[in-house]
Design a protein around this ligand. Structure first.
Ligand code: SF4
Ligand code: FES
Length: 256
């Protein structure tokens, strides 16, 4: 008798639609060297038979880039929210438990609806406005030190992990969460983006803004890109204080 083929046990929290009760289903898939969670899920999709030998529906999940750039494949893996495309099977304890992130509505199985985060980015105008698609030439130069920290903030992949980690982002609260706040600091730092600085700061001074942060610091520890979220939040606290005086006394200073 040869040695039994190596397998991977995956336990998936499943539901058919948003309002359905969740249930767990276990799968055993053949092991391959260097597998990640997505390749195990693809194996289940190829052969949707659970550990009881029953044919079931293929598991649903989101993915796009497969290289930790798009943020679409975020899920809770063995209790920790992270990207499934970079979660290597060899580094995970088995059975590997896959669950959808709970901060966002679950669409089906591991698919979540991240609209909450994208709506917040719209609310704070997290972009640099341009007046057309024609070539505007080189943009204004930024001081090197500022460029360096702004570059770090630009690495956000809108994966939602920091919102999942934050105790104040949930269905009962309208807190926009750490990622959109940090993007306010990023776009205010841009020489052209700074034209909307006052609007962005005023947006986060209201309901669901900075005032809802309780400084738990979970966000900065959870971010896969190492974005200094709490530094951004501290900087925004200072900037909104100045903005409050500007709003009160009036100011002709549009851009630093
Ligand atoms: S700040 Fe980090 S954890 Fe939060 S959405 Fe961006 S990349 Fe993900
Ligand atoms: S598939 Fe894009 S981050 Fe994982």
């Amino acid at each position: 008798m040869g040695e039994a083929a190596k397998t991977v046990i995956i336990e998936v929290e499943r539901r058919n639609s948003t309002n359905d009760e969740p249930y767990f289903e276990k799968f055993e898939v053949p092991y391959r060297a260097n597998m990640n969670v997505i390749s195990a899920l693809m194996e289940i999709r190829r052969n949707p038979v659970n550990m009881e030998g029953k044919k079931t529906t293929p598991v649903n999940w989101d993915m796009a880039c497969l290289e930790e750039v798009c943020g679409a494949c975020s899920m809770v893996i063995n209790g920790k929210a992270r990207q499934s495309c970079t979660a290597l099977i060899d580094q995970l304890e088995q059975p590997i438990r896959l669950q959808p992130m709970k901060t966002f509505p679950v669409v089906r199985d591991l698919v979540i609806d991240r609209s909450r985060m994208f709506e917040s980015l719209k609310k704070v105008k997290a972009w640099v406005p341009i007046d057309g698609t024609h070539d505007l030439g080189e943009g204004p130069r930024m001081p090197e030190r500022k460029r360096q920290w702004a570059y770090e903030l630009s690495k956000c992949i809108t994966c939602g992990v920091c919102l999942e980690a934050c105790p104040n982002v949930n269905e009962k609260s309208d807190f926009i969460g750490p990622a959109p706040l940090s993007q306010v600091r990023l776009f205010n730092a841009h020489p052209t983006g700074a034209m909307n600085r006052d609007e962005r700061l005023n947006a986060i001074m209201g309901e669901g803004g900075l005032g809802s942060c309780s400084n738990s610091q979970n966000c900065v520890e959870s971010c896969p890109k190492g974005i200094p979220l709490t530094t951004s939040i501290a900087a925004l606290n200072r900037e909104t204080t100045v903005q409050m005086f500007r709003n009160f006394f009036g100011s002709d200073r549009m851009v630093d």
